[in-house]
Design a protein around this ligand. Structure first.
Ligand SMILES: Nc1nc2c(c(=O)[nH]1)N[C@H]1C(S)=C(S)[C@@H](COP(=O)(O)OP(=O)(O)OC[C@H]3O[C@@H](n4cnc5c(=O)[nH]c(N)nc54)[C@H](O)[C@@H]3O)O[C@H]1N2
Ligand SMILES: Nc1nc2c(c(=O)[nH]1)N[C@H]1C(S)=C(S)[C@@H](COP(=O)(O)OP(=O)(O)OC[C@H]3O[C@@H](n4cnc5c(=O)[nH]c(N)nc54)[C@H](O)[C@@H]3O)O[C@H]1N2
Ligand code: SF4
Ligand SMILES: [Mo]
Length: 740
C-alpha cells in the first residue's frame, strides 16, 4: 500500500499535541473551521477512528483534551462518509460514561448475588469452573458465543484461545443472527464469502433494488450516498412495510411477507421469457443457467401474483426496468437474511445479477449490506463458521497453514466448524453443553424465542458474560461478569460492508478495572496455562500482522497492507490487497471485474430450489404476521449503549409500541394511543398501539429494541445458514386497559 505523503498527514500532526498544533495551523490555515473557533476552545488535538455501531463504517474525528476525547465530529476527508454521520456516531462517547458501566469483575456468591471481586479471583474462578466442567463432561461441554462488534484482533483472540488453547469445540457469534445467510449464499455461488461491491456503486447505478432493507434507518449514511446519485436512478424497495426508505424511493413493491422467493423467480421468468439476458456473460462466467431457466419456467407472474400480494404487472414492470436500465444493482439486508428460505432468496437476487451481466461493473452487483461494525471481520477471523482467515475447516492444507502461522499444533485444529448458535442452545437443553462464555452480545434480549433462550442460559452450570455494562439482561443471568472496555477505549481494525478496513483507537480510558477484551483474553490465556501459545499476541497490532499473514493467497488477501498507520485516516482500504499491490488513497474497488469467481472453475453458480411456506402458519387464533426490525436511526439493538444518551432517547419513539394498520385497528376497536396485548404461542406482551398505513393489513410491526419482541418470535431457521427467521411469526392483537 502506498503511504500518504507527509503533507497530507494532517490528522497525525494534529494528533501530536501542543507545540505541533501551531505547525498544523500554519500548514492548513483556516482549515477544518478552526479559524472560527475561539482560541480557548481549540482542542488539544484530534485523531480519527471508525464508528463502533453499524457496518457503514463512517470515520469520526475525536477531539482530544489531554489525550482524552471530549467530542466527536464526522470526518470530512474519508471516502465512506465524507463529513456525514448519523446521530449514533455523533453521540458515541456518551454511553462510555454511563453509571452502569462494569468497573470490576462480579461473581455470584452463595446467596445468589453478584458481588465485586478482584481480577485474580475472577480468572481463577473462570478457569476452575470451566476446567471442572470439561473434566467431567469432555472439552466440548464448554462453548462460547461472540459478536460482530469487536475488532478482528479480539475476535481472532477469542476464537483461537477458546478452540486451540482451551480445547472448546463449539463457538458461534451474533453474526449468525445477522449475516449467516449472506455468507452461505455467497460461498455457494461465488466460492467465497465475497460481497462484490463498493459504496460508489450506490452513486453509479441506474436501478437500485433494495430488498428487505431499510437503509434510511439502519444505514443512514449509505442512504446519503444513494441521494448523491446523479443518474436519475429508479429506486425500488421490496418490503411488506412502507418504510422510510420505501417512502423515499421511486417505487415500493409491498410484497406479502415471506414471498420474496416466488417474486424474484417470477422476475427471472420474465427475463428468460423475453430473452433479456446477457448470453455472453452467462456462457463465459457461470454454470447452471439452463437448469435455473427451466426451474423458473413455472413461475409466471400470473401464477405467483396472488401469493406475493402484488399484481402480475408489477413483476413485469420490474423485469422491464432491469432490462432497460444500463446499470442495475440489488441490495439486501435482514428482510432476506432472516427468513426460513433466506439463502435461496439471496441466491435468487445473485441469479438476477448474473443472468443480466450486472456484476463487476460500476453501479451493479448482488450486494448484501452487513449489519454490525465488524460483522465482516467476524466472518473472516472469528474462527467459528470459517477456519480463521476465511479458510475451510475441512481443508488439510488450510489447517496446516493456520497451524504454521499461529504456531499451533495442527492436531488441535478440528476438521469441522462446530455447532451453530441454535444447535449450541439445543446442546445446552440436552445437557451436553454446561459452560458458556458470552462476549459482546446480549442473547437474553436478542435471541429468537426468548423464553426458551433464558431458560437454557439459566440452566448452565457456569455462565461467564463479558460486557461493558452490569445491567444487561444476559449479565443478570451470569455467574461471572468480566468488565470490558468498549469502543473508543481500545485499538483494532473493523471491516465494513464494502470490505474496507478501518482502525479504531483508544481515545478514552476505560473506567476503573474494566479491561479491553484483548487484555482479558491475554489474562485468561495465562490463567488457563496456555499463555505460551499466545506469546506473540502482545498487542492488537502484532496480531494484525499475523492475521494478514493468514490471508496470504486467499480472496481476502491482506498481505499488502502495512500497519495501522497505513489504514489510519487514509480512507481505509478494501480487501484484497495482496503484497506489492498499489492502492490509491481512499480508492473504491469492486470484485469480479474480470468475470472470474472464487469457485474451482472460476464460474459463478446458479443455485435454486422450490419455495416453501414459513414454519408457522398465520391463522386464527393468531391471525396477524409479526414483522420485526430496526425502529429508528437512534436506537441500537438491545439499547445497552444508545439508551444511555439523552439526545438519542429523545430522537427515538417515546413509548415501546406495536405498529398496526388503521383498518385492522378499527375492526378490533383499537384507537390511536390504546394499549394492546400482542400474543403468540410463546407468550404475550403489552405495548402501545401506533396506527400507521406503513404496515399492511394483516401484519403488525414491533422493533427489536424492546425486550418484549422476542418473547413473541418463533424459533425457525434457514436450513442452510441456521440463521433465525426473525421476520415472521403468527400473533394475535387485542385491546386492553392501560396497565396499572
Ligand atoms: N439504527 C440502527 N441501525 C442499525 C442497527 C440498529 O439496531 N439500529 N442494526 C444494524 C444491524 S446489526 C443490522 S443486521 C442492520 C439491519 O438492517 P435492515 O435489514 O435494513 O433492518 P431491519 O429493520 O431489521 O429489516 C429490514 C426490513 O425487512 C423488512 N421485511 C420483513 N419481512 C420481510 C419479507 O418477508 N420480505 C422483505 N422483502 N422484507 C421484509 C422489514 O419490514 C424491514 O423494513 O441494521 C444495522 N443498523
Ligand atoms: N426480533 C428480532 N430480533 C433480532 C433482530 C431482528 O431484526 N428482530 N436482529 C438480530 C440481529 S441482525 C442482531 S445483529 C442481533 C443483535 O443482538 P445483540 O448482539 O444481542 O445486541 P447488542 O445490543 O448489540 O449487544 C451487544 C452487547 O455487547 C456489549 N458490548 C458493546 N461493546 C462491547 C465491547 O467492546 N466488549 C464487550 N465485551 N461487550 C461490548 C453491549 O453492552 C451489549 O450488551 O439481534 C438480533 N435479534
Ligand atoms: S451510519 Fe453507521 S457508521 Fe455511520 S455514524 Fe451512523 S452508526 Fe456510525
Ligand atoms: Mo445484525
Amino acid at each position: 500500500m502506498r503511504r500518504r505523503p507527509i503533507r497530507q498527514r494532517v490528522g497525525d500532526l494534529w494528533h501530536a499535541r501542543d507545540g505541533k498544533l501551531t505547525q498544523l495551523l500554519e500548514r492548513a490555515p483556516g482549515g477544518f473551521g478552526l479559524g472560527q473557533v475561539p482560541r480557548a476552545r481549540v482542542p488539544d488535538s484530534t485523531t480519527t477512528l471508525v464508528c463502533g455501531y453499524c457496518s457503514t463504517g463512517c470515520a469520526l474525528t475525536a477531539h482530544l483534551r489531554s489525550g482524552s476525547a471530549v467530542n466527536l465530529t464526522p470526518t470530512v476527508d474519508y471516502t465512506v462518509n465524507r463529513g456525514m454521520a448519523c446521530p449514533k456516531g455523533w453521540e458515541a462517547l456518551t454511553p462510555l460514561g454511563a453509571p452502569d458501566r462494569a468497573t470490576m469483575p462480579l461473581l455470584r456468591n452463595a446467596s445468589g448475588v453478584l458481588e465485586e471481586v478482584r481480577w485474580p479471583t475472577a480468572l481463577d474462578r473462570l478457569v476452575r469452573r470451566f476446567r471442572a466442567i470439561q473434566d467431567a463432561h469432555g472439552p466440548a461441554s464448554v462453548a462460547f458465543i461472540g459478536t460482530g462488534q469487536l475488532p478482528i484482533e479480539e475476535l481472532a483472540f477469542l476464537g483461537t484461545l477458546a478452540k486451540f488453547g482451551m480445547g472448546m469445540v463449539h463457538g458461534d457469534a451474533n453474526t449468525r443472527q445477522c449475516m449467516a445467510t449472506a455468507v452461505t449464499a455467497y460461498k455457494e455461488t461465488f466460492g467465497f464469502d465475497a460481497p462484490p461491491y463498493t459504496y460508489a456503486d450506490l452513486e453509479e447505478s441506474d436501478l437500485l433494488v433494495f430488498v428487505g432493507a431499510n437503509p434510511c434507518i439502519a444505514h443512514p449514511i449509505l442512504w446519503e450516498r444513494v441521494v448523491r446519485n446523479q443518474r436519475q436512478p429508479e429506486i425500488v424497495v421490496v418490503d411488506p412495510r412502507r418504510t422510510e426508505t420505501a417512502q423515499a424511493a421511486t417505487r415500493h413493491v409491498a410484497i406479502r411477507p415471506q414471498s420474496d422467493l416466488d417474486f424474484f423467480y417470477a422476475v427471472a421468468h420474465v427475463l428468460c421469457r423475453e430473452g433479456w439476458i446477457d448470453r455472453d456473460f452467462i456462457a463465459a462466467h457461470t454454470t447452471g443457467y439452463g437448469a435455473f431457466a427451466a426451474h423458473v419456467a413455472a413461475f409466471t407472474p400470473a401464477a405467483v401474483a396472488d401469493r406475493c400480494g402484488v399484481s402480475a404487472d408489477a413483476i413485469e414492470q420490474l423485469a422491464h426496468l432491469v432490462h432497460t436500465r444500463e446499470r442495475v444493482s440489488f441490495w439486501w439486508t435482514m428482510g432476506v437474511n432472516q427468513s426460513h428460505q433466506g439463502v435461496r432468496t439471496a441466491q435468487a437476487l445473485i441469479a438476477l445479477a448474473l443472468m443480466t451481466g450486472n456484476i463487476g461493473k460500476p453501479g451493479t452487483g448482488a450486494n448484501s449490506i452487513t449489519g454490525q461494525c465488524n460483522a465482516m471481520g467476524s466472518r473472516l477471523f472469528s474462527n467459528t463458521t470459517s477456519l480463521i482467515g476465511g479458510h475451510a475447516w475441512d481443508d488439510p492444507a488450510a489447517r496446516a497453514k493456520v497451524a504454521r502461522v499461529l504456531g499451533v499444533d495442527d492436531a488441535r485444529i478440528q476438521a469441522k466448524p462446530g455447532l451453530a448458535y441454535d444447535q449450541i442452545f439445543a446442546a445446552i437443553a440436552r445437557g451436553d453443553i454446561r459452560g458458556l462464555w458470552i462476549v459482546g452480545t446480549n442473547p437474553a434480549h436478542s435471541w429468537i424465542n426468548q423464553r426458551d433462550a433464558r431458560e437454557l442460559l439459566a440452566r448452565l452450570d457456569f455462565l461467564v458474560v463479558q460486557d461493558m455494562y452490569t445491567s444487561t439482561d444476559t449479565v443478570k443471568l451470569a455467574h461471572l461478569v468480566l468488565p470490558a472496555a468498549g469502543w473508543g477505549e481500545k485499538d483494532g481494525v473493523f471491516i465494513n460492508s464494502e470490505r474496507r478496513l478501518g482502525v479504531i483507537k483508544q481515545v478514552r480510558r476505560a473506567p476503573a478495572q474494566a479491561l479491553s477484551d484483548f487484555r482479558i483474553f491475554q489474562l485468561v490465556a495465562d490463567a488457563w496455562g496456555c499463555g505460551e501459545l499466545f506469546a506473540r499476541w502482545r498487542s492488537p497490532e502484532a496480531v494484525f500482522g499475523m492475521l494478514k499473514e493468514l490471508t496470504r493467497g486467499q480472496p481476502c488477501d491482506l498481505t499488502g497492507v502495512g500497519g495501522y498507520q497505513d489504514l489510519d485516516g487514509d480512507g481505509g482500504v478494501q480487501w484484497p490487497v495482496p503484497a506489492g499491490t498499489y492502492v490509491e488513497r481512499g480508492a473504491e474497488r469492486r470484485l469480479f471485474a474480470d468475470g472470474r469467481f472464487f469457485t474451482p472453475d472460476g464460474r459463478a453458480r446458479f443455485v435454486f430450489e422450490a419455495p416453501r411456506p414459513p414454519a408457522e402458519t398465520v391463522r386464527a387464533p393468531f391471525p396477524f404476521t409479526l414483522l420485526t426490525g430496526r425502529g429508528s436511526a437512534s436506537q441500537w439493538h438491545t439499547e445497552t449503549r444508545t439508551a444511555k444518551s439523552e439526545v438519542l432517547r429523545r430522537l427515538a419513539p417515546a413509548a415501546e409500541h406495536v405498529e398496526l394498520n388503521p383498518d385492522d385497528a378499527a375492526r378490533l376497536g383499537i384507537g390511536p394511543t390504546d394499549w394492546v396485548r400482542v400474543s403468540s404461542r410463546r407468550g404475550s406482551v403489552e405495548l402501545r398501539a401506533f396506527l400507521t398505513r406503513a404496515v399492511p393489513r394483516g401484519s403488525v410491526f414491533a422493533a427489536m429494541h424492546t425486550v418484549k419482541t422476542n418473547v413473541l418470535t418463533f424459533a425457525a431457521f434457514d436450513h442452510y445458514s441456521r440463521q433465525p427467521a426473525y421476520k415472521h411469526c403468527a400473533v394475535a392483537v387485542e385491546k386492553i386497559d392501560p396497565p396499572g
